[in-house]
Write a protein that binds this ligand. Structure first.
Ligand SMILES: [Fe+2]
Length: 427
């Protein structure tokens, strides 16, 4: 079996190389054509919608396709009044793909519920002047979402992490999230082992274990070290839209974000790879260190913005922990081994988190649920989620209840409560 696989892989590489040389094929098209599986028989949709990048005035919807199509979003303030249309055009071109469509809806108001449906319509693209609609337009069911903003009466989030392709664990985790009905779902990194194609992203991130993850509330994706690996890591932005920053100075920080919802400010930070940039494993292609330093400049500004300063609760989410209590734990700066914690993140972000009185850091990566209590030098509690095996997978849930932030960690396999912590508002 292994030999056959190797042979077919060699054939594939030869075909790709020849076709690329001839200018007739791009690798991602080939992969999508090989892997396309419709959501229902003959459907153009191969996944539900994933809502992402929520701001007070906009949100992005992404979904995958089983064949070449265009797509758009119809939306409005009532389920029977979808009188607005977002066509997703970028630089003058409407979407056209056989893999994934992203459409951003603009012009929204804060703390407002909207209704929407996604559309996909086949296109027979015969040539530059011969482009024809090809078949009936398909629509998803009508769904809703609510925009962020400081005036929400409640706020909640749920977190999964380190899923690493394990389908039965993801099924349990997302079933628990369906039950909890959070305002936001965080995927705190390491969705896959390395990013190696459309089908891998579809099965393990966009439509994991055939679960509807985020078509009625946003998914906030926080990159893990494994999400930065593989041939397709650089295609991630096609599926998970980089965030647009308020300050153009930080436009290259696509996976650092802040969302304010009611009394809660949620900040996403990208800890990058788990070894220093100089390590030979990266073949000279990694430059995470200046990226983490720049996130430190961004974080200082964000923590001092009105959006965050006025929030009673601030929670930061990052994949690699910013602290490890174990003496000798690898800080991610060494010539051997890999990070147990991210010293660079602690150095560049820690003082700002401390100055702002951030109450909680939710991390992942160590595949073990752990609570690091605050100390006189470190005001924030750190909670790490468990790993991808049935024996330690977790769902972390946070909600503001009676003026306090209550954080509960559930054992995914049984729903048993593993830990509870309650946080007071910031002084
Ligand atoms: Fe990790």
């Amino acid at each position: 079996m292994k030999e056959n696989h190797s042979a077919s892989r060699r054939d594939f590489m030869a075909l790709s190389g020849a076709a690329l040389a001839a200018g007739t094929l791009i690798p991602n098209q080939l992969s999508a054509n090989e892997n396309a599986k419709p959501l229902a028989p003959d459907s153009l949709f191969s996944s539900p919608v994933i809502l992402q990048n929520p701001t007070e005035n906009s949100i992005t919807a992404a979904w995958t396709l089983s064949n070449f199509a265009t797509g758009w979003i119809e939306w409005g303030t009532a389920p029977d009044k979808l009188d607005q249309k977002a066509c997703g055009a970028k630089y003058g071109l409407k979407p056209y793909s056989n893999r994934v469509i992203q459409v951003t809806i603009n012009g929204l108001k804060p703390n407002t519920t909207y209704f929407y449906r996604a559309a996909a319509s086949a296109v027979d693209f015969r040539g530059a002047y011969d482009i024809r609609p090809a078949g009936e337009t398909e629509f998803t069911k009508v769904l809703s979402f609510t925009t962020p903003g400081p005036n929400a009466n409640s706020a909640s989030f749920a977190v999964v992490n380190d899923t690493h392709h394990v389908q039965d664990v993801m099924a349990l985790e997302f079933a628990k999230i369906r039950e909890l009905k959070p305002d936001y779902t965080f995927w705190n990194g390491d969705s896959v082992n390395s990013v190696e194609g459309h089908e891998m992203l579809l099965k393990n991130v966009i439509f994991p274990a055939n679960c509807e993850v985020a078509n009625d509330h946003p998914l906030l994706f926080v990159r893990g070290n494994h999400d930065t690996r593989g041939h397709w890591a650089r295609y991630y932005p096609e599926y998970f839209t980089p965030w647009k920053q308020d300050d153009p100075e930080f436009d290259d920080l696509g996976y650092s974000f802040v969302v304010r919802h009611g009394d809660l400010a949620m900040i996403g930070l990208d800890t990058g790879e788990d070894k220093p940039d100089f390590r030979k494993e990266w073949g000279g292609l990694a430059e995470f260190e200046p990226y983490i330093a720049k996130q430190g400049e961004w974080l200082k500004k964000v923590l001092n913005s009105e959006k965050v300063k006025t929030a009673k609760f601030v929670v930061a989410f990052c994949h690699i922990p910013l602290f490890d209590p174990r003496p000798g734990a690898n800080p991610g700066t060494l010539e051997t081994g890999h990070s147990a914690w991210k010293k660079l993140g602690a150095d560049f972000w820690g003082p700002a988190l401390q100055d702002a009185g951030v109450q909680l850091v939710v991390a992942a990566h160590v595949h073990r649920h752990r609570i690091d209590e605050p100390t006189p030098e470190r005001c924030w509690t750190q909670i790490t989620g468990g790993g991808c095996s049935m024996k330690d997978a977790t769902v972390i849930h946070g909600a503001i209840v009676d003026g306090k932030l209550k954080v509960t960690t559930y054992f995914a396999a049984t729903g048993e409560v593993l830990s509870e912590r309650t946080f007071e508002p910031r002084a």
